[in-house]
Design a protein around this ligand. Structure first.
Ligand SMILES: Cc1ncc(COP(=O)(O)O)c(C=O)c1O
Length: 412
C-alpha cells in the first residue's frame, strides 16, 4: 500500500483501491486495462464525464495568462464573469463569495448568517437549525449541522457546537422556532434531496413552508445546493421546484464540471447590504485560493456546455430511464427504490444486503460506491441510454436470485 491516507476508510482492512490511468467520457480506464462506467460521477461532480475537450481548452487558455492570483485587492475576468453568470441563473441572489470546496462554502454561509445578525445589531443568534439526516461537509462548523446521530457528529461530541435538529416537518419547525428563534441565525438544508445522509427525498411543500416560517421568525434560510445544484434534481437548482428564494445559497461539486475545487456562496441583496458601512461590518473571510482563475474558467466552460447542449433535457431523459428501470424493482433485501431527477436509489433493508455489490459491479464494468443502506447512481449527464441501462441492470442483477451475490459477500 502507498503512503496515501484514504477518506472514510479503515486503512488496515481497506481493499486495494482501483488505480485509474486515464478517464474519458463516462469511463474510468484502469491501469490493468479494465474500463468502468462511472455511475456516480466522482462523488457527483463530473457531470460532463472526463477529458472534456472544451473545458480542457478553457483551462489551457487561462493557464497561458495566469493560473491564480489572490482576490484580496486584485480581481480578474474569470471570477467576475462567473459571478455574473451565477447571479443571472438565480433570482435575487446578487452577490457571490468564492471558496475552494463545498465544506468551506457552507462555513462561509454560516459565518455570513452569524455576522448578518450582528451587523444588524441583533445579539445572541449563534445557533443553527438543520435537518436530521443532513450532510453539509467535513469541517468543524458544518459537521455540527450534519445529522447528529448517524453522521460523524457523535464521534466529535464535545468538540462540536450544539445545534437544533428537526425532521422535514413544518409543525416541528414552528415549535422549535417558537421556543428558540432568538438564538437561531439560520436554518440550513439540502433542498429536496439529502445526499450523503442516505439519499432521502422530501417534498417541495416543506421547503415552501420552511421559508415562510424562517421569514416569520427572523431566521435566515441557507440552501445547500452543493449536491443538488446544476440539474441533479431535474431543475437547475432544487429550490426552483418549490418556487422559493433562499437568503443564501451554496454551490460546489458540479460547478466546475468536476475539474477543480470551487464553491460559490451566493447572498441576497438584503444579506449583502448588512455588511456595508463601517469597516467592522466587512465580511471576515478570505481563503487563499478563493476565485482561482483556472477553477473559474472551468466553471464558465462547464456552464456554457450545460446551456448550449440543453442538459436539462438530457436530465429529463435520464430521469425517465431511471424510473423505468428502478421504480418497480423488488427483490430480496431491497426495502425501496426511488428516483429524483438524475438520481436513482436502491435502498436495502440493511447495509449487509448490499455487501459485495461494489466488486460485483466493477467485475461487470460499472463503478458504484454504496454506503449506509443505499446503492445509488448519479451518472454524468452525457451517459448514453445504453450505458445507463447497463448501470441499472448491474445494480439490479446483484439482488436477483441466483446472482453471484453470495460469492461476493466475502469481499468488503
Ligand atoms: C450537500 C453537501 N454539502 C456539502 C458537501 C461538502 O462538499 P466538499 O466535499 O466539496 O467539501 C457535500 C459533499 O458531499 C454535500 O453533498
Amino acid at each position: 500500500m502507498s503512503c496515501l491516507w484514504f477518506p472514510y476508510a479503515q486503512m488496515q482492512t481497506m481493499p486495494l483501491p482501483l488505480k485509474v490511468a486515464r478517464a474519458e467520457g463516462v469511463k474510468l480506464c484502469l491501469e490493468n486495462g479494465q474500463e468502468l462506467i462511472d455511475a456516480i460521477s466522482s462523488w457527483w461532480c463530473a457531470i460532463h464525464g472526463y477529458n472534456n475537450k472544451e473545458i480542457n481548452a478553457a483551462l489551457q487558455e487561462q493557464m497561458q495568462k495566469f493560473s491564480h492570483v489572490m482576490l484580496g485587492g486584485l480581481t480578474h475576468e474569470p471570477a467576475e464573469r462567473l459571478a455574473e453568470k451565477l447571479v443571472s441563473k438565480t433570482q435575487g441572489l446578487n452577490h457571490v463569495f468564492f471558496a475552494d470546496s463545498g465544506s468551506v462554502g457552507m462555513e462561509v454561509a454560516m459565518k455570513m448568517a452569524v455576522q448578518f445578525w450582528k451587523n444588524n445589531g441583533v445579539e445572541g443568534k449563534y445557533k443553527f437549525a438543520a435537518l436530521y439526516k443532513g450532510y453539509h461537509g467535513d469541517t468543524t462548523g458544518v459537521m455540527s449541522i450534519g445529522d447528529p446521530e448517524e453522521g460523524m457528529h457523535h464521534l466529535f461530541k464535545g468538540f462540536l457546537p450544539k445545534q437544533f435538529f428537526i425532521n422535514p416537518n413544518l409543525n416541528e419547525m414552528e415549535s422549535l422556532f417558537k421556543e428558540h428563534s432568538k438564538e437561531i441565525a439560520a436554518f440550513a438544508c439540502e433542498p429536496l434531496l439529502q445526499g450523503a445522509g442516505g439519499f432521502n427525498f422530501y417534498s417541495p411543500e416543506f421547503l415552501k413552508g420552511a421559508i415562510a416560517l424562517c421569514k416569520k421568525y427572523n431566521v435566515l434560510f441557507i440552501a445547500d445546493e452543493i449536491a443538488t445544484g446544476f440539474g441533479r434534481t431535474g431543475t437547475m437548482f432544487a429550490c426552483e421546484q418549490a418556487g422559493v428564494q433562499p437568503d443564501i445559497m451554496v454551490l460546489g461539486k458540479a460547478l466546475t464540471g468536476g475539474y477543480l475545487g470551487l464553491s460559490a456562496t451566493l447572498a441576497s441583496t438584503h444579506v449583502y447590504n448588512s455588511f456595508l458601512g463601517e469597516s467592522e461590518k466587512a465580511f471576515m473571510h478570505g481563503p487563499t485560493f478563493m476565485g482561482n482563475a483556472l477553477a473559474c474558467s472551468a466553471a464558465l466552460a462547464s456552464l456554457e456546455i450545460f446551456e448550449r447542449e440543453n442538459y436539462l433535457q438530457k436530465i429529463a431523459r435520464i430521469n425517465e430511464i431511471l424510473e423505468e428501470e428502478l421504480l418497480n424493482f423488488e427483490a430480496r433485501g431491497v426495502k425501496e427504490t426511488r428516483v429524483l431527477g438524475a438520481c436513482g436509489v436502491i435502498e436495502t433493508l440493511s447495509e449487509k444486503d448490499h455487501k459485495g455489490i461494489q466488486e460485483f459491479a466493477a467485475e461487470r464494468g460499472v463503478w458504484l460506491r454504496p454506503f449506509l443502506n443505499v446503492v445509488y447512481t448519479m451518472p454524468p449527464y452525457i451517459i448514453s441510454e445504453k450505458e445507463l441501462r447497463k448501470v441499472c441492470r448491474v445494480m439490479k442483477e446483484f439482488f436477483a436470485p441466483g446472482s453471484t451475490h453470495a460469492q461476493c459477500c466475502n469481499v468488503v
